[in-house]
Design a protein around this ligand. Structure first.
Ligand SMILES: CC(C)(COP(=O)(O)OP(=O)(O)OC[C@H]1O[C@@H](n2cnc3c(N)ncnc32)[C@H](O)[C@@H]1OP(=O)(O)O)[C@@H](O)C(=O)NCCC(=O)NCCS
Length: 186
């Protein structure tokens, strides 16, 4: 397990797949992601089998501690990792809108970045975010990401094009910020 302040990161199990399908079929959640087709259990099972073979991907479930019981909150991953250039593409999703805006995302991003830079020895983590996803952009900025580019009209959604912002954080920048260490370590 990898522990943050309020969350922990763990490997996904087959039993989690049903929860993922429920989360990723919620239009409120999906509007912020690149996926655009409803997701079936069969597709998710195939994706999971494929994930287990991948050496250049990391995928974790984010759990929160609710009254001494860990409950799945979302997912976070690196898709893919470029080992030679020590760089990775980051993705995160909290599956239930009621959980948004409570600081869990920032905790999960920082915990994952700590893992990227202090365990995987990556040098750079980048991501793509839709220009209208202000909550996500703020969460990334708080975690040390900065905007480095903009892909104009790169995404078509809800009948119109939106720009896609490219953000990144380098190891030196993250370490310099000295974010609080996790409260628990195993
Ligand atoms: C993006 C996501 C991981 C962020 O996690 P979160 O727990 O909701 O975010 P946090 O509460 O840690 O931080 C959100 C910040 O944005 C701010 N915020 C919220 N709504 C905002 C808005 N409409 N405009 C500007 N800032 C906003 C919050 O006030 C907070 O900043 P603050 O702490 O300075 O006040 C989560 O919302 C999520 O998974 N959303 C759905 C999927 C998604 O968008 N994934 C990312 C795709 S790139």
């Amino acid at each position: 397990m990898i522990y943050g302040q309020k969350i922990r990161l763990r490997s996904a199990e087959k039993e989690d797949l049903k929860t993922f399908v429920r989360w990723f079929n919620d239009p409120h959640v999906r509007q912020h992601l690149t996926m655009f087709r409803p997701l079936s259990m069969a597709q998710e099972e195939r994706w999971f089998e494929n994930l287990l073979q991948q050496e250049n991907e990391v995928f974790f479930v984010i759990d929160i501690d609710t009254e001494n019981h860990w409950t799945p909150l979302g997912t976070v991953g690196l898709h893919p990792i470029d080992w030679k250039n020590r760089s990775a593409v980051f993705g995160i999703c909290l599956g239930t809108p009621d959980d948004w805006g409570k600081g869990y995302g920032t905790d999960a991003v920082r915990t994952m970045l700590r893992y990227c830079f202090e365990e995987l020895n990556l040098n750079r983590v980048e991501l793509n975010v839709f220009e209208d996803n202000e909550r996500a952009i703020r969460c990334y900025e708080k975690s040390g990401f900065r905007q480095e580019g903009l892909k104009r009209q790169a995404m078509y959604r809800h009948g119109k094009y939106v720009d896609v912002i490219i953000m990144s954080v380098l190891k030196g920048e993250f370490i310099l910020k000295r974010f609080d260490p996790p409260i628990q370590q195993v």
